[in-house]
Each structure stands twice: as C-alpha cells, then as structure tokens.
Design a protein around this ligand. Sequence first.
Ligand code: NAP
Length: 256
Amino acid sequence: MDTQKFGAHLQGKLVVVTGASKGIGRGLARIIASEGATVALAARDVEALQEVKETIVGEGGKAYTFALDLRRVDSIRSCFARIEAELGCIDVLVNNAGMGNPIPAEDITEEDWDWMMDLNLKGTFFCCQEAGRRMLKQGKGRIVNISSQASVVAIPHEAVYCASKGGLNMLTKTLAVEWSGRGVTVNAVGPTFVYTPGTAKRLDDPVFLGSVLAKIPRGRVATIEDVASAVLYLASDGADMVTGTLLLVDGGWTAL
Ligand SMILES: NC(=O)c1ccc[n+]([C@@H]2O[C@H](COP(=O)([O-])OP(=O)(O)OC[C@H]3O[C@@H](n4cnc5c(N)ncnc54)[C@H](OP(=O)(O)O)[C@@H]3O)[C@@H](O)[C@H]2O)c1
C-alpha cells in the first residue's frame, strides 16, 4: 500500500489557478498554497493578484502572478508559456475564472452571448489545451474545471451561463476520454451558490436568498472551503481513477 497517496497532496506541486484575483479563486489559491503547492495566480487584475500573492506569502506559502485575459487566446498562450518558463512543469490546472450575468432570456444580446461563452467556455477550453499539451508531454497532470450546479439545473435569467457550464461539463468528459489514458485526468466541480463579489448583490437580497435556501436541503449556501475540499481531492494523487466526473457541491439541490 502506498500511504504517501494520503495527505500532503500538493506538496511541491505547481498549481495554476485562473481567476485568482477575487472570490472563489482567491480562496482556492490560498488553500492550495497552504497544502504546500506553489501557486501561479492568473487573472486580468494584476494589482489584485499582487495582494493575493502577498497574503499567501504572509501565510508562509509560495505564489507568483501572471496577467491573463481569458477572452483572448493569444493572452492564454503567452500566460502558459510564461508560467512554464518561470516555474517549470504544471502539475494541476484549476480553471476557476468565469462569471454569470443574470439577464432575462428575451433581452440577451449577441454581445452578451459572446462575452459569456468566450469567458466560460472558449477561454476555459484553450486553458485546458495549453496545460493539457504540457501535461501530456510529462505523462501526468490534473485539470479541475469549476463548473456549477447551473450546469445541470436551470436557473432563471441565466440561460447563457447555464449553457456555458453545461458545455463545460461535456468538455470535461471529452478531454477526460481523450487524455486520461496518457495520465491527465480532467474533472469538474459544481458548486451551488457561494457568497463572492460575483453573487453578493443577489445573495444580499433576502427574498433571493430565501428562494435559494428553499432549494438546498443542507440549509445553507456553499463556502469557498466546501469548494476547495472538492478541488483538493480531484487534484490529489489519490483521485487517479476519477476522471470525466462532475462533483456537485450543492447541499442536495440537484437531488431534490
Ligand atoms: N459564486 C457562486 O455562487 C458560484 C457558484 C457556482 C459556480 N461558480 C463558478 O466559480 C467561479 C468563480 O466564481 P466567483 O463567484 O468567485 O466569481 P467572481 O467573484 O466574479 O470572480 C471572477 C473571477 O474570474 C476572473 N475573470 C473574469 N473575467 C476574466 C477574464 N476575461 N480573464 C481572466 N479572468 C477573468 C476575475 O478576475 P479579473 O477580473 O481580475 O480578471 C475573477 O478573479 C466561476 O467559474 C463561477 O461560474 C460560482
């Protein structure tokens, strides 16, 4: 039995976290760094990334910042090239960057559609491709995509978001089938609502919060720590036989 598979999962590993400047990504980066990994923090807001880096370093961790605009494939390519040149082999990619923008379906414009699909689906695919090409050469790697419960249940006014996350689930499965035989597992985590800058306005509305809690048997929204626990598992050596799956962190919403 290889007891090394249990505990200190990310010691000495290089983990890339996209959208690490705020919200879930910021928290994931701190927790991943606390597990002993070096974290490459990527997002557009480099000042915010610098603050996250300083927080991690202050907590005894290792982190580096990289500018990344997920809506530009050239930015994705140069970001991963820089990470490799400066930090070496990427062991884990956490595709966290992504956003929602609630709009009634009848009012969604072509621009709204393109903006969200480019960010949540196209950009995430090309991050998978950049990391995947490098991981396939190494013969090992872990990719964890932050999807959503909204990938499997409809959320009113989130037509494009739900479609983008549903697409991300299929991307996860397809890449898992293509790459797992060569050592690269690909999985997704599907959280229910988490309190972040992206959801604060809606969750601060007691009527909205009440409608959300009525659908969560566990009786609360998720925390960043809940999401991180799932990510840490899927990023670990112990999850080697788990690929192409969606791990829902939804307090039972989708079981209703
Ligand atoms: N919060 C929830 O309730 C919830 C529930 C289920 C799933 N999720 C998923 O969890 C992930 C994080 O959500 P969150 O609530 O933490 O979001 P958030 O607080 O709005 O943060 C979004 C992150 O994405 C980054 N980002 C946005 N556009 C980008 C771009 N063009 N290029 C690179 N990075 C970009 C932002 O960084 P910059 O602005 O610095 O670029 C930021 O770090 C998303 O994929 C979301 O769909 C969230």
